[in-house]
Ligand binder design. Structure first.
Ligand code: KIV
Length: 287
């Protein structure tokens, strides 16, 4: 991965090599330049500009409304912050499902305008054809099976998938179809651990899990979830590594109190005129 200690930009081949060596792949979402800089500094392998941005940073109540233009702006900001990790961008709902032509046009727009290394699409079914078409057009594709938030309503809500043996077969079939379509990696979301364990032996491409147990080739978490930046209940699979929202509220509240109590700004935050200029000020302003 690196020569002479300096981290080098990851390639898709590096992901396959990590899988082959049995070394876990680390993926995290980011949606802007500071988030990408944090991911870069933390040494993750892959940054996903997920359409979870719809909820984490854009204030929508699901991933459905986020647009191509919004995702492109966020992905470009993340790109400018990254030099080492791979960058994957989610194609938003409604931007690739209708036809191969639509899928290829959207994927090419992401590749040309954002500099992402791959695009991600959700579900099996018709998405398998879309994924194959995008791969043929020269843009690497990551698949996503199990709980697919773009179609959570059709799945009966944000709930684990593959909890019966028949449903588990459906998850496996979707994953295999996406793999055969040429996907370079597949995200498994909210799948029982024993289902993941049963599917992994047939997966030749790296599998990145989120709520899919420990048997996958890597893990992904949403930046805002793992850092405690969000509000409200967390999914079962989230482990919180920091409580930044509380720290941020405390910081802004302390600032507000200092302004109101006239403790801020202090002399060290204040500019001074050049020597001797203050003495002439009254005269000059009085002109
Ligand atoms: O949009 C997203 O953040 C995702 C991850 C949860 C995999 O798709």
């Amino acid at each position: 991965m690196s020569t002479h200690g300096a981290p080098q930009r990851r390639s898709l081949g590096d992901l396959a090599a990590l899988k082959a060596r049995g070394e876990p792949i680390v993926m995290v979402t980011a949606y802007d330049h500071p988030g990408a800089r944090v991911a870069e500094a933390a040494g993750v392998d892959v940054v996903l500009v997920g359409d979870s941005a719809a909820m984490t940073v854009l204030g929508y109540d699901s991933t459905v409304p986020v647009t191509v233009d919004e995702m492109i702006m966020l992905t470009r900001a993340a790109r400018r912050g990254l030099s080492t990790p791979l960058l994957v961008a989610d194609l938003p709902f409604g931007s690739y499902e209708a036809s191969d032509e639509q899928a290829v046009a959207t994927a090419l727009r992401f590749a040309k305008e954002t500099g992402c290394d791959a695009v991600k699409v959700e579900r099996g079914g018709a998405t398998v054809d879309r994924a194959r078409a995008i791969v043929r057009a020269g843009v690497p594709v990551v698949g996503h099976v199990g709980l697919t938030p773009q179609t959570a309503v059709a799945l009966g809500g944000y709930r684990a998938q593959g909890r019966t043996a028949e449903d588990a077969r459906g998850v496996r079939d979707d994953a295999l179809a996406l793999q055969d379509a040429g996907c370079v990696a597949i995200v498994f979301e909210a799948i029982p651990a024993e289902v993941t364990e049963a599917i992994m032996p047939v997966m030749r491409v790296p599998v990145i899990g989120i709520g899919a147990g420990a048997a996958t080739d890597g893990q992904v978490l949403v930046f805002h979830d793992l850092l405690g930046l969000g509000e409200g209940p967390q999914a079962r699979f989230v482990r919180r590594y920091a409580d930044l929202r509380a720290d941020m509220i405390a910081g802004v509240a302390a600032y507000a109190a200092d302004v109101r109590e006239r403790r801020y700004p202090a002399s060290e935050h204040t500019y001074a005129m050049r020597p001797g200029e203050a003495d002439r000020l009254g005269e000059v302003l009085g002109e």
